[in-house]
Design a protein around this ligand. Structure first.
Ligand code: VGL
Ligand code: ZN
Length: 199
């Protein structure tokens, strides 16, 4: 429908098997995502897009290992292996993703000192990416989300969508999670409590 957009989150090589931050079964969603893309009047993609030496990388914090947590000026931040470096093969969309009809690509995490899980806000939960304004100017009130990873970028995008006044659904069989110490169950419950439709 014309007032509805599909937002495909971070279907990039580094989040698929063989990638730097591989999500188990990440590539299995691609046929399902491609079907959603075909059915959608508005397709928007996000692309995790970090400079080398990004502050979310464990390698930027001497003595820290991936999946540890540090406190940043904007709050708690999980540290990750180096991934989705701007212009690298790992940052490209998975070759099976049929993305050519997409009208907008939102890149995020491109500032060295702050990460961005959500498609709407950086991890300070205050700095907008511009996506909310884009959707409003286009008269889009409803978003459907899919992609990687369920419990990080998909979930934070869905929560922000609802907080921004959009109605939001997540297509769970078109998502896969990282599940770091129970994060998949916790974020699924947070989405449910916020009024995100899980389908
Ligand atoms: C993501 C961790 C770090 C995601 C991105 O797309 O869920 N997770 N960067
Ligand atoms: Zn990232």
């Amino acid at each position: 429908m014309a007032d509805e957009a599909l937002i495909v989150i971070d279907v990039q090589n580094d989040f698929c098997p063989g990638g730097a931050l591989a999500v188990a079964g990440g590539d299995e969603i691609i046929p399902v995502v491609n079907r959603l893309i075909q059915q959608s009047a508005h397709v928007i993609l996000t692309q995790d897009w970090h400079p080398a030496g990004h502050s979310s990388f464990a390698s930027s914090h001497p003595g820290k290992t991936p999946f540890a947590t540090v406190t940043m000026p904007y709050g708690e931040q999980t540290l990750w292996p180096d991934h989705c470096i701007q212009g690298s093969p790992g940052a490209e969309f998975h070759p099976g993703l049929e993305w050519t009809t997409a009208e907008l690509v939102v890149r995020k995490g491109f500032r060295r000192d702050i990460d961005s899980y959500s498609a709407f806000f950086e991890n300070d939960h205050r700095t907008p990416t511009g996506l909310g304004g884009y959707l409003r100017e286009r008269g889009i009130g409803r978003v459907t989300l899919c992609g990687l990873a369920t419990d990080f970028c998909v979930a934070f995008s869905a929560l922000d969508a609802v907080a921004q006044g959009f109605s939001a659904s997540v297509v769970l069989n078109a998502c896969r999670g990282i599940d770091l110490s129970g994060s998949l169950a916790a974020m699924t419950q947070r989405m449910r409590d916020a009024g995100v439709a899980l389908i």
